[in-house]
Design a protein around this ligand. Structure first.
Ligand SMILES: Nc1nc2c(ncn2[C@@H]2O[C@H](COP(=O)(O)OP(=O)(O)OP(=O)(O)O)[C@@H](O)[C@H]2O)c(=O)[nH]1
Ligand SMILES: [Mg+2]
Length: 417
């Protein structure tokens, strides 16, 4: 920022949060400079490059440098590392480190491993051109690097990639199976998305009381999609899916490797987008989320009905929080529960609309069979003794047309027998 002050403080804060997410890593010092246009091999202008080098040397305990830039190519990386004499990380490699550290399930581990491949590939061919999708045929021109060796390495990376993809697609098939089971049960699915650290896990925990959820003041605390059952008003059962947080300037390659995770969003009936409105960059974060959702090419019925929840209003001055309430509807604090009732009602209404559920009132026999069926297949919202008929119950239940047809079919054939 000594030249152009276009790198804001919160960008730096985010970078520091990324480093803090790695155990044993500490930020020894920060400097702000703009990278030069056009992606030169030194990344920065000559003066800046040397000035940064001087700053690094002044900071004695430095063991690595993190440039908060999207992704450096192989050439830039080798030039900078050589001249500064330290390992250099970009946002891609830092996020990879975090993912690697956090990945717990087999699927997350495989996905991280897959996300690493474009990085390794770019280091291989980067010396030549620095693109990810270099064709194998053009590898021959790398000077000095030992063509054969590079080709062998490249091929083994391809093999590894293939193996990982196979293993992942197996898991994906399992996941699909699970999803179909879920669909069969016809439970509505609510996907909670948002920028990393916005409060997704906290929200789901608050709405479902799920004990297995651990919100953390960390970026990328959640790497696996997890599903949690909850009850909305009228005792409607829904499934909430918690998703990996979004972040700006992380290349699509990384997002793609988590695509199967994000596929669960596509299967949702409703999307809840939770934002940390106390964050100075909340507007930019919203744009990142919207852009990521756009890249997922979701059906318009989903994207047009995203429920926006403005979280952490407890950290805002009262007047600002009130203004939000007027503008965007759902200003909440998941922390102290403010505003959550309205959100629940909205999710409830939206789910009913999206899944074509209607509340039906019906009179059913007392004997229990009908009611048991309804409890199992639909959402029973009210049960009363029927007026003027002591043998019957008056029941309200939420269900889709398909479920209603099943209900009628199930009991019609019984009557005939
Ligand atoms: N002050 C305040 N903090 C909150 C609120 N909601 C959540 N937090 C805190 O924000 C941090 C992040 O919450 P999480 O629920 O883990 O966020 P997340 O969106 O799941 O984050 P990732 O999984 O890392 O993407 C935690 O320290 C929460 O306690 C709120 O309403 N107010
Ligand atoms: Mg989370």
């Amino acid at each position: 920022g000594k030249r152009k002050h276009n790198i804001a403080q919160h960008k730096l804060d985010e970078a520091i949060a990324l480093i803090d997410a790695l155990p044993g890593w500490n930020v020894a010092g920060t400097v702000r400079f703009s990278s030069s246009e056009g992606g030169s091999k030194h990344v920065f202008g000559k003066g800046a490059f040397e000035e940064i080098h001087r700053d690094i040397r002044r900071c004695q305990n430095t063991t690595a440098v993190f440039l908060t830039l999207d992704m450096l190519n192989g050439l830039q990386l080798s030039v900078i590392q050589k001249e500064w004499g330290l390992p250099v990380y970009d946002r891609y490699t830092i996020v990879l480190q975090i993912f690697k550290h956090r990945a717990q399930t087999m699927e997350a581990k495989l996905q991280v491993a897959l996300a690493e491949i474009p990085f390794y590939k770019s280091r291989l061919v980067g010396v030549h051109k620095g693109t990810l999708d270099q064709q194998r045929g053009s590898l021959g021109t790398i000077g000095g690097g030992g063509e054969k060796e590079i080709e062998v390495k490249h091929r083994s990376l391809q093999d590894k990639e293939l193996k990982l993809k196979k293993a992942l697609s197996k898991l994906k098939a399992q996941r699909k199976h699970l999803r179909e089971e879920r669909k069969k049960k016809d439970l509505p699915i609510v996907a909670v998305v948002g920028y990393t650290n916005a409060g997704k896990t906290s929200l789901i925990k608050a709405l479902t009381g799920s004990k297995s959820l651990e919100p953390q003041d960390q970026v990328f605390a959640t790497l696996d999609v997890t599903v949690h059952a909850g009850l909305l008003c009228n005792r409607m059962k829904v499934l909430f899916t918690d998703t990996v947080g979004f972040i700006s300037d992380v290349p699509t390659a990384l997002i793609e490797s988590f695509a199967s995770t994000l596929e669960d969003i596509r299967n949702a009936d409703t999307i809840v987008h939770i934002r940390d409105v106390s964050h100075p960059e909340t507007v930019e974060q919203k744009q990142v989320v919207m852009e990521t959702l756009r890249q997922l090419q979701l059906p318009p019925s989903l994207t047009q009905n995203v429920i926006e929840v403005c979280n952490k209003i407890d950290l805002l001055p009262q007047d600002e929080a009130e203004k939000l309430c007027d503008e965007d509807g759902f200003a909440v604090s998941v922390l102290n529960g403010d505003g959550l009732d309205d959100v629940v009602r909205r999710i409830h209404d939206q789910v009913i609309q999206a899944t074509g559920r209607t509340e039906r009132r019906m009179r059913i026999p007392m004997n229990g069979e009908h009611l048991n069926w309804l409890y199992k297949e639909a959402d029973v919202t009210d049960v009363q003794p029927a007026d003027g008929d002591s043998e019957k119950l008056q029941v309200c239940a939420l269900m889709t047309d398909a479920t209603y047809a099943k209900f009628k079919a199930a009991f019609k054939s019984k009557r005939k027998q």
